[in-house]
Design a protein around this ligand. Structure first.
Ligand code: NDP
Length: 286
């Protein structure tokens, strides 16, 4: 029988025109032979509830949610997964029958990249995290849930770092230390992971980087960046040239999409296809 219908996954955000996530999801659907489409919808904050209800009625298979809806969507869902509750934000919605369940795949994407691309098991590791915004919160929560030993948080606004630390303690039981950021960041010699979760280095300000005092760094340090455009930030380039292992933000972005694909379709995702499609889309923007 002929079937001219498509299964739809939508991205709800405001704005969404320049969001490239759909490029990798559409490439994945095609590679997997699925009649699915991934479409960006510009949803004004005042219309979010109507749009979520419409997506349900129209039988969307799932959603990605981005700024400014990641927190506002929470009360509109039937259930929110425990890690997304701990993070306090949803970036992915999956369907279980008629129920819509909120997930957060940002931190899980980071973790999967850490394990699969950098070969690092976070259990028992000591991490230093720069930033205390949404990305930092997702990464910190998943690291804590994965059994990291210690976490030091440094942020331009110390109050926000303190707020993240207290939320983490309440949701995961991990007591993070707060560092003040008054000059070059000094790495404790036992630091295993350094993670930038600020926009420093993001295109077009590609020469910006957090200032680090590398002299005390362990040779086993892995340096990670949440910034994915460019894939090799000034921070990662400096770390690589000094011989440290690095993990780029493209990895986190691809794996959050890989996890979304798996949640929506129930199939293994064509990871290499997704990474190549996204990298190509980002190259054409530079
Ligand atoms: P938020 O706006 O929620 O948080 C931004 C954080 O960066 C805050 O801690 C802020 O500090 C800090 N910051 C901003 N500008 C500066 C600066 N000039 N110097 C020092 N610190 C600064 O943003 P997100 O957490 O959502 O995003 C952070 C970065 O992570 C972005 O570049 C984003 O593209 C990237 N990202 C990557 C993802 C991926 O999949 N790879 C997913 C999500 C985000 P303060 O509190 O003092 O303002």
């Amino acid at each position: 029988m002929l079937d001219y219908t498509y299964q739809i996954v939508g991205l709800f955000g405001h704005p969404v025109a320049e969001n490239p996530t759909g490029v990798m999801q559409e490439a994945a659907f095609q590679a997997a032979g699925l009649r699915w489409r991934y479409l960006n919808f510009d949803v004004a904050p005042a219309r979010l509830a109507e749009c979520v209800a419409a997506a349900k009625v129209l039988g969307f298979r799932g959603l990605n949610v981005t700024i400014p809806h990641k927190v506002a969507i929470v009360p509109l869902l039937d259930e929110v997964a425990p890690a997304a509750v701990a993070i306090g934000a949803v970036n992915t919605v999956r369907r279980d029958g008629d129920r819509w369940i909120g997930e957060n795949t940002d931190g899980k994407g980071f973790l999967r990249g850490l394990e699969e691309d950098a070969g690092v098991d976070p259990r028992g590791k000591r991490a230093m995290l720069i930033g205390a915004g949404g990305a930092a919160r997702a990464i910190a929560t998943e690291l804590a849930l994965a059994g990291i030993a210690t976490l030091r948080i440094v942020n331009r606004d110390p109050e926000r770092a303190r707020a993240l630390a207290s939320a983490l303690a309440a949701s995961t039981g991990l007591t993070a230390q707060i560092e003040s950021w008054t000059g070059p960041l000094v790495l404790a010699p036992d630091t295993d992971l350094l993670i930038n979760a600020t926009p420093l280095g993001l295109y077009p300000a590609v020469n910006q980087e957090p200032e680090i005092d590398w002299r005390t760094a362990s040779p086993h340090l892995t340096v990670c960046d949440a910034v994915f455009n460019p894939a090799e930030t000034a921070l990662l380039r400096r770390a690589r040239r000094q011989g440290f292992r690095t993990l780029d933000g493209l990895s986190m972005l691809v794996y959050q999409g890989v996890i979304g694909f798996e949640l929506w379709t129930g199939q293994a995702a064509p990871q290499a296809v997704m990474k190549e499609a996204l990298a190509a889309a980002l190259r054409t923007r530079e």
